[in-house]
Design a protein around this ligand. Structure first.
Ligand SMILES: CC(=O)[C@@H](O)[C@H](O)COP(=O)(O)O
Length: 255
């Protein structure tokens, strides 16, 4: 997968919050072989512990995708992105503009506006969005080259709530990288996303809060690989009736 001219071979982006320790986060990144990690500016600047955390992330060699998690307005998101660009020395930004406090649903109107401002300012924007075709079109018009539809509310671990909408997005945007962001709870959800033809997943809570985050990071990496292999191998269509898989011709007749 190529995103903004960067080749990415492991279709899984990992969030860096809520791990039991920085050491376990480091091991989880290694166990999954993931090449992109997302980090919030708030984490980096909080209580003076940011510098060591940043050094640890850099040591993994992963691309850093700063995010605007927790921003609720266009201005807040744009300012946060500009600060993140200086701090992390990257023009990549995962753009979150939260519109609803209960389900952390993106405010798609503010999202499109913020995306336009940021792309004009030279950012490469990864927008966290609902699975809406029109919003997708507006984000592409605004200069985004990747779309990140939600699977389910952030942190809910519900898996894919609207697989049909994701399938429709895949059909409608055949050449645009699609990354399911948020709500992945189990490896089976990751497989389902990849079998739907998504190009990657982004997840955090399911790994960070698992009993064994390192083991779960590995399981998720295996799952995206399996799901992708299944998608490109052209699965059979589902049928309503049984079809014998063993030939019936030439059976011996028992008298
Ligand atoms: C870290 C981050 O960017 C999250 O806001 C992201 O959306 C992942 O969501 P989950 O924690 O549900 O995987």
């Amino acid at each position: 997968m190529k995103i903004y001219d960067v080749d990415i071979s492991v279709p899984m982006f990992l969030g860096t919050a809520q791990y039991p320790s920085p050491a376990i986060l480091h091991q989880a990144i290694r166990a999954s072989d993931c090449e992109v990690v997302t980090v919030s500016l708030r984490r980096e600047t909080a209580d003076g512990t940011g510098a060591g955390f940043w050094d640890m992330l850099r040591a993994t060699g992963a691309h850093i995708l700063p995010n605007t998690a927790g921003c609720h307005s266009v201005q807040e998101a744009v300012t946060t992105a500009q600060m993140a660009r200086e701090l992390f020395a990257t023009d990549w930004i995962k753009l979150e503009v939260i519109g609803h406090a209960d389900n952390l649903q993106p405010d798609v109107f503010a999202l499109v506006e913020a995306a336009r401002i940021l792309t004009t300012d030279g950012f490469k924007v990864f927008p966290y969005m609902t699975d809406d075709l029109i919003v997708g079109e507006k984000l592409l018009e605004a200069g985004c080259e990747v779309l990140m539809p939600w699977g389910a509310p952030i942190g809910s671990g519900q898996g894919l709530r609207t697989p049909d909408a994701l399938r429709t997005m895949r059909a409608h945007f055949p050449d645009v990288p699609l990354i399911v962001d948020a709500g992945i709870g189990r490896p089976s959800d990751a497989i389902q996303a990849m079998e739907l033809g998504m190009d990657a997943i982004l997840l955090n809570t399911a790994v960070a809060k698992a009993g064994d985050p390192v083991g779960m990071a590995r399981a998720m990496a295996l799952a995206v690989e399996a799901g992708r292999a299944g998608f490109i191998s052209d699965p059979i269509d589902r049928r309503d009736v049984a079809v014998p898989s063993t030939p019936v011709l030439g059976l011996a007749e028992l008298m």
